[in-house]
Design a protein around this ligand. Structure first.
Ligand SMILES: Nc1ncnc2c1ncn2[C@@H]1O[C@H](COP(=O)(O)OP(=O)(O)OP(=O)(O)O)[C@@H](O)[C@H]1O
Ligand SMILES: [Mg+2]
Length: 243
């Protein structure tokens, strides 16, 4: 990594009262990489994601994107990132189209361009045929896909996703995996937290393993396994749970 680092998280600590949700974590992500965050419940994945998405601020340390501090200047990055929160954030009584219309307005899209972008992200996430139905009638997987669609409206350079495939069926997971591969092909940098080991193995260039707010390992998966002497990520994760 080193010089071609695009996202540089430096010695970041985040506390909630006395509890350290992240303890001096440093992570580098290269441009165009798919970077995965893994760790047991409470490891600090969502905390890390919200700091990167500028929803939250670290207590100490800095986060640079493209050489600029997003802790000091969160405004400079907001139009360049898409954020998919762990909890689904949609208006159930509105249609998918109208939910996206609201978000598109927030991103400053207007007129024909707005309509085109809404249609494009609906098609991308395979929601086109149900676009006018109320979100309340959607399956869990469809809601997740719609949440992701909303994060793509403004063509972000960086996509930050917190457990995008939690609780979704195999078809939605495949759609989301295809979307990640296609965005990567177009040069998008992607950071995602997940509990699905097979998904991380197949999608991520590099991963970070967090436990109780501490960064234990970071690197390509093969490298981490070689260094730890574990035969699989699953074996390594099971070992963590016992720590
Ligand atoms: N708003 C908050 N107030 C107080 N404590 C919090 C808050 N958010 C997170 N925490 C605590 O910080 C720690 C890290 O939580 P975080 O949500 O980042 O973990 P996570 O790795 O995303 O877990 P999960 O896999 O369950 O989503 C936990 O101990 C959690 O209880
Ligand atoms: Mg979480």
């Amino acid at each position: 990594m080193g010089t071609d680092s695009f996202i540089s998280v430096r010695d970041v600590t985040k506390k909630y009262r006395a509890r350290k949700a992240l303890d001096r974590v440093s992570i580098e992500v290269g441009k165009g990489e798919v970077f995965g965050l893994i760790g047991p419940n409470g490891a600090g994945k969502s905390t890390f994601i919200t700091l990167l998405a500028t929803i939250n601020r670290p207590d100490s340390g800095d986060i640079l994107v493209d050489g600029k501090s997003i802790v000091k200047n969160p405004g400079i990055i907001r139009s360049r990132i898409g954020y998919v929160p762990q909890e689904i954030a949609l208006y159930p009584m509105l249609s998918a189209y109208d939910n996206l219309d609201l978000w598109a307005g927030v991103y400053g899209l207007k007129g024909q361009q707005k309509k085109r972008r809404i249609q494009a992200v609906l098609d991308y996430m395979r929601l086109g045929d149900r676009a006018r139905d109320k979100v309340a009638t959607y399956s869990g997987g469809m809601k997740r896909r719609l949440n992701i669609a909303a994060s793509l409206l403004h063509k972000p350079e960086i996509l930050i996703m917190d457990e995008p495939t939690a609780g979704v069926d195999i078809l939605s997971r495949a759609t989301i995996a295809d979307m990640i591969k296609s965005l990567k092909k177009n040069g998008c940098t992607i950071v995602l937290a997940s509990h699905y080991i097979d998904e991380l193995e197949s999608l991520c260039d590099r991963v970070a393993i967090l436990n109780k707010g501490v960064l234990l390992y970071t690197g390509a998966l093969e490298e981490i396994l070689r260094n730890t002497g574990k035969e699989s990520l699953k074996a390594l994760m099971l070992n963590l749970e016992e720590m």
